[in-house]
Design a protein around this ligand. Structure first.
Ligand code: RNT
Ligand code: ZN
Length: 416
């Protein structure tokens, strides 16, 4: 079947495939640099394990070890991903020229100048994250620590990150989404649940007192139900993060990571719930298996449902980022598969007759709504996806993996 034929099949559902393609090309998705090196970054000893409630598993060969390697790998991945991309950096990916190392509380925009050049040359915007983990100053708490000196260090890190985010937004001419997540919490039943949360709240207040234009720098508060080693309690729970964002809606937005909830909760349903109150939200799209395992995003039911809600509520109100890290497979392929799957889910959502579905619901015609939704599942999506890849100048399915295999043979396999 050709795209023309597929288009007429969608037209019969009242859907304009050309419009769906054009709409998707205008939705930015942030590609996380940390899939390329198992979240290690460049500012701490790479032989030390990750700490702070997150974990990568696997030791597939070819992890990027330097900024040059990470940029080269990203370049391969970016070419395999259709659509509008932003880069998502963590503070730990600072680049220190001539051995001028700086600790996290002293990071400056200049430490990200090579990343700005990288983004400029590729027409990318850039999002940013303070790194409150895998560092000797985690005691192991950070922003919620009872230790004044620890807290001071991490508040200063957060403020430095606001300044860096300001710089990224300004240099790249696109807003910078800056996400605050800490793994602060306890392995076992706490003696005081309130103290850490009150300190966390005050610490975020201080970070956000650094000046920024909220249209340019968009701080987010990410919640999490539990983490590795902090199974009993996290300071930044869902209620904490949401309440913080709600009480500070002129300064920040809430961020939901779909790996950070109880296994039967779904973020797709939470999107319109939050957007009934917040003008904007942010998402980390990942794939939890039994826990926040951060597997590569698939073209699966919940990813598709998340994207349907993004499309129905207005993609301009949702800042979309990927957040997964699989160290057990080729990392360039992991980037490409996850990014392409999110694009597929967005495209298939854009190929829904949104107005018609609303009408059917509002008129109580749930029978026809079910029939329509089910029949759409076998509409010729693949042809529209191929056409989308073609207009984006990206390879179609079946036409990109050999490039990864070749890169692995020529470059990645030689890193050991
Ligand atoms: C951890 C959070 C957080 C991190 C990244 C690296 O559970 O999801 O967003 O994955 O900041
Ligand atoms: Zn996340």
């Amino acid at each position: 079947m050709s795209y023309i034929e597929a288009k007429s099949k969608y037209a019969a559902f009242g859907v304009d495939a050309d419009r769906a393609i054009a709409a998707l090309r205008a939705i930015p998705v942030s590609l996380h640099c940390w899939q390329g090196d198992d979240v290690r970054g460049f500012d701490t000893d790479p032989s030390k394990p990750l700490t702070g409630g997150i974990q990568t598993t696997g030791n597939y060969p070819g992890r990027a070890r330097t900024p040059e390697e990470l940029m080269a790998d990203l370049d391969v991945a970016l070419k395999l991903c259709p659509g509008m991309k932003k880069l998502n950096l963590h503070a730990s990916y600072a680049i220190f020229e001539d051995g001028q190392w700086a600790d996290r509380d002293a990071l400056e925009p200049k430490h990200f100048a090579p990343w700005v050049e990288f983004c400029q040359a590729r027409g990318l915007g850039c999002d940013f994250n303070p790194t409150f983990f895998s560092h000797p100053k985690c005691d192991p708490l950070t922003l919620s620590s009872p230790n004044e000196e620890t807290r001071r260090f991490w508040i200063d890190h957060g403020k430095a990150c606001i300044r860096i985010s300001r710089y990224l937004a300004q240099e790249l001419g696109q807003p910078c989404v800056m996400n605050i997540w800490t793994g602060d919490g306890f392995k076992d039943i706490p003696g005081d649940r309130m103290g850490p949360r009150v300190r966390y709240r005050a610490a975020i207040d201080e970070i956000l007192s650094e000046s920024y234009d909220f249209a340019q720098v968009k701080p987010c508060i990410e919640s999490k139900v539990f983490g590795i080693g902090v199974e009993a309690y996290t300071a930044g729970s869902a209620e904490f993060a949401l309440s913080y964002a709600a009480f500070n809606r002129d300064k920040c937005i809430p961020l939901m990571d779909n790996g950070h909830y109880h296994p039967t909760e779904v973020v797709s349903d939470k999107i319109p719930a939050l957007l009934a109150f917040f003008p904007e939200i942010a998402l980390h799209v990942t794939r939890p298996i039994r826990w926040d395992s951060d597997h590569v995003v698939l073209f699966d039911d919940e990813t598709r449902e998340i994207c349907r809600e993004i499309v129905r509520c207005g993609p301009e109100r949702v800042n979309i980022a990927l957040d997964y890290f699989d160290a057990s497979i080729n990392r360039v392929a992991a980037w490409a598969v996850g990014f392409r799957n999110l694009q597929k889910a967005l495209l298939s959502a854009l190929l829904q007759p949104v107005e018609e579905e609303k009408k059917l619901q509002d008129s109580g015609n749930f029978t026809k709504l079910m029939v329509l939704q089910e029949e759409l599942k076998t509409a010729p999506f693949g042809e529209v996806w191929d056409e989308y890849c073609r207009v984006c100048g990206a390879p179609a399915d079946g036409a990109w993996f050999h490039a990864v295999e070749q890169y692995e043979a020529e470059v990645l396999a030689k890193r050991c």
